[in-house]
Design a protein around this ligand. Structure first.
Ligand SMILES: Cc1ncc(COP(=O)(O)O)c(C=O)c1O
Length: 446
């Protein structure tokens, strides 16, 4: 059974798709109302890290809801929020932090740039408001988060409402803006940050926001280690806050608690979401170096931000139970090991003429499709290559994530793989077999 917009009252995200109706999930799989099994190779939107149906988390959630389901973050505090902030502070690259809980990645992005702005104003730098971000990138879908992002097909129609940020080329080596290779490129994309700060005037720039390892926008592109060394130095030199978006990469997705740890990177603010509760409750977190929040505190100020569901007791209980389950079962290590295994299994696909690149870290992997390998020419958008690929995979019971527009804002197709960390070797082989079968049935052009 599938449901479509023309039936029922739901305002679906896709008005032109017939949705399978899922009944339940267990481990890495989903089961629909007709009993069809799906292997969740994308973890939803790179969310499901500990797997479906984990009783330790559902139990913690319901116990907390029974005790107290809601408290307002302005009136009370509670042990789940206190303990979760403490647990998060143990996995950070800086010694002391303050953690502000919200419910979605986009909200956390917004909060991060608001806090950066307030920080500078309280310090007396009233002009520091400009934001720099990368192209391509994705930081969320609310208007300010969308403004920071570079994803044309999400942005175009809303443009008069967006406040443009300054964009510099992302560290996306496969499609290097200078068509050079590392290390010969001398990290031009990192030095572009300095140029853009100088152009705007350092007295006007508040923060640089960047995904540490690319999410869907660059299909799990991993920057060279040097990138963040250079970026950190530039931010320090010009007093620009460094915000890292770990909404997709955080909480073990790339085989370390945070992707920052792969680069020995110490940012100023970190935004987390998605895997923080393994998908069991909407929860995100703005993680800030303590000295930044202290500077407000010492002036007798608080962060000017308010959301009804911030610091939510049930969300924080779900987060605590998820982190504890990850630790108890060594799932961050598992993400690294199974990520390597998946990358190895997928590697023969590179010989297929449509596969331009296979990349990623831990259990965040991307496969980029091209029409012509040598020139990296993408399929024309009207070909809808990745849409056809996804639909064929869904028919075979394999759930994938996709993105388009990465080559030039319009064209470019990729799939993202982000299965739960508990994925088995047998399921990895299953992913490979389905991808290979589909690839060999895909025609170059319609
Ligand atoms: C890197 C990144 N940042 C921000 C977001 C926005 O998070 P949310 O959809 O929870 O608002 C996403 C969502 O896909 C993301 O991948």
């Amino acid at each position: 059974m599938r449901l479509h917009y023309s039936e029922g009252h739901v305002f679906y995200r896709n008005l032109h798709y017939s949705y399978p109706v899922i009944s339940y999930g267990r481990k890495s799989c989903l089961y629909d109302e007709d009993g069809k099994k799906y292997l969740d190779a994308s973890g939803g939107a790179s969310v499901v890290n500990i797997g479906h149906g984990v009783k330790e988390v559902t139990g913690a959630l319901s116990r907390q809801a029974e005790k107290i389901g809601y408290l307002n973050g302005l009136q009370f505090t509670h042990y789940p929020v206190e303990k979760l902030a403490e647990e998060i502070s143990k996995i950070l690259p800086f010694p002391e932090a303050k953690v502000y809980f919200l419910t979605s990645g986009s909200e956390t992005t917004e909060a991060s740039i608001k806090l950066a702005r307030q920080y500078w104003v309280e310090k007396g730098y009233k002009n520091k408001f400009r934001l720099i971000s990368c192209k391509p990138s994705y930081h969320g879908n609310t208007l300010a988060a969308l403004s920071l992002s570079a994803r044309e097909h999400y942005q175009n129609i809303f443009r008069p409402l967006l406040s443009e940020s300054i964009k510099i080329p992302a560290p996306y080596c496969y499609r290097c803006s200078w068509k050079e290779k590392f290390p010969a490129c001398e990290m031009k994309c990192a030095h572009e940050l300095e140029k853009s700060i100088l152009k705007s005037g350092k007295e006007n720039v508040s923060a640089f926001i960047v995904e540490v390892i690319g999410g869907a926008s660059t299909g799990a592109a991993v920057p060279p280690v040097d990138y963040f060394q250079i970026v950190r130095k530039i931010c320090d030199k010009y007093e620009v806050l460094l915000i890292v978006d770990e909404i997709m990469t955080g909480v073990g997705r790339t085989g370390k608690w945070l992707a920052c740890h792969h680069f020995d990177l110490v940012p100023d603010l970190i935004v987390l979401g998605k895997g923080l509760t393994g998908g069991y409750f909407p929860l995100s977190a703005l993680v800030v170096k303590k000295e930044i929040v202290d500077s407000l505190y010492k002036k007798g100020k608080s962060f000017i931000h308010a959301q009804t569901y911030s610091h939510h007791p049930v969300g924080c209980a779900a987060g605590l139970a998820t982190l504890s389950y990850i630790k108890k079962n060594s799932l961050v290590d598992k993400s690294l090991i199974m990520g390597d295994a998946l990358l190895k299994e997928l590697s023969p696909l590179i010989s297929h003429p449509h596969v331009g690149d296979i990349r990623g870290k831990g259990l965040l992997l991307g496969i980029e499709f091209v029409q012509e390998k040598k020139s990296k020419k993408p399929f024309p958008r009207k070909r809808k290559y990745v849409e056809e690929f996804l639909s064929k995979a869904m028919d075979k019971g394999l759930i994938l994530w996709s993105n388009t527009g990465l080559a030039d804002g319009m064209n470019g197709d990729l799939i993202l793989l982000a299965p739960p960390f508990i994925i088995s070797q047998e399921e990895i082989s299953q992913i490979f077999n389905v991808l290979r079968d589909i690839l060999f049935k895909m025609k170059s052009l319609n």
